[in-house]
Ligand binder design. Structure first.
Ligand SMILES: Nc1nc2c(ncn2[C@@H]2O[C@H](COP(=O)(O)OP(=O)(O)OP(=O)(O)O)[C@@H](O)[C@H]2O)c(=O)[nH]1
Ligand SMILES: [Mg+2]
Length: 297
């Protein structure tokens, strides 16, 4: 019998380059939330991809970023860096349309990483003219001694098979660490809180999404319905009214789209109730962060 292979594939990069989209696209389902705004992912989230004798454990991480003034931002950066320590191979994701100083910062971190690094040039569907991609690939090769450089479009599922075929070669012979039918280490409750946060992030403007977090208070099967009660914690009293919206319209929209998505994913009716509460400056308090489910890496 062939020995099995299993290992950790850390997916790192600056915010908004498409790390979570890449993982969802590879998995064929939504494991991690995605928005058009940077700093969407706040946690280390495992996506377990088992195929034949190979189990690749993808590790979604928060985007490494510069303006890390608050305790939560520091925790996010720490979470991403720590994922590299356990990695058998790292996927360094960048945006093929442009390179930034934050990409340089991530690359510096990768220089002290022992694992081989595969550069994933994402969003190639946006590159114009197409020939530009050749230059971008050449520039990338000069930046670091990458094990491979793979251009992809996570959104269009372009060239992901090439990437997926390479990965087993970087994983050690090992028994599988997770059951074959397991898809993620995160609970259904956690996923529900994330889906609600995704809808809030998409609907609210500017800095507001950064000051809120979602806590599930009740997650319970009642008759044929799943009942979910969640608290949206905001940083300041002044944010409360904005999140609720005029006549509750924002909260209503968020609740509706989260409920539709969750009931589709779970294949059952969902009853969702949302409350907005204030916890002054929670995102800069280590204690509040811990209480609200932001575990230290
Ligand atoms: N056109 C295009 N857009 C993409 C592609 N991949 C991701 N995006 C978009 O880029 C934005 C950010 O995607 P995410 O997957 O949330 O990025 P991320 O790197 O996980 O971001 P953080 O969690 O904030 O670090 C979203 O609007 C995605 O739809 C791609 O291949 N092509
Ligand atoms: Mg993400």
């Amino acid at each position: 019998m062939m020995p099995t292979r299993c290992g950790f594939v850390a997916v790192v990069g600056r915010p908004n380059v498409g790390k979570s989209t890449l993982i969802n696209s590879i998995m064929g389902s939504k494991i991690s939330i995605v928005t058009h705004k940077p700093q969407t992912t706040r946690h280390r989230i495992l996506a377990v991809h088992t195929s034949g004798d190979v189990q690749a454990v993808f590790v979604d991480t928060p985007g490494l970023h510069r303006k890390a003034g608050k305790a939560m931002n520091r925790l996010m950066n720490r979470t991403a860096v720590n994922a590299l320590a356990d990695a058998d191979v790292a996927l360094f994701v960048s945006d093929a349309t442009h390179w930034t100083d934050e990409d340089d910062d991530v690359l510096k971190r990768l220089r002290s990483c022992d694992a081989p690094v595969i550069a994933v040039l994402n969003k190639i569907d946006l590159v114009r003219p197409k020939e530009q991609l050749l230059e971008t690939l050449a520039a990338m090769a000069k930046r670091h001694d990458f094990a491979e450089i793979i251009p992809v479009s996570a959104r269009k599922h372009d060239n992901l098979d090439t990437l997926l075929e390479l990965i087993p070669g970087y994983l050690p012979e090992s028994p599988m660490l997770f059951p074959e039918d397991m898809r993620t280490d995160r609970s259904a409750e956690f996923h529900a809180s994330e889906v609600i946060r995704e809808k809030l992030t998409k609907l609210l403007h500017q800095e507001l999404p950064y000051g809120l977090t979602v806590q599930i208070e009740r997650y319970e099967q009642v008759d044929k319905r799943l009942t979910i009660n969640a608290i949206i914690w905001v940083d300041r009293e002044s944010q409360k009214g904005i999140v609720v919206g005029k006549g509750g319209n924002i909260l209503k929209k968020v609740g509706q789209s989260a409920r539709i998505e969750l009931s589709r994913q779970l294949g059952q009716a969902v009853h969702l109730e949302l409350w907005v509460k204030v916890k002054e400056n929670w995102s800069d308090s280590e204690q509040d962060l811990m209480r609200l489910g932001y575990e230290s890496p």
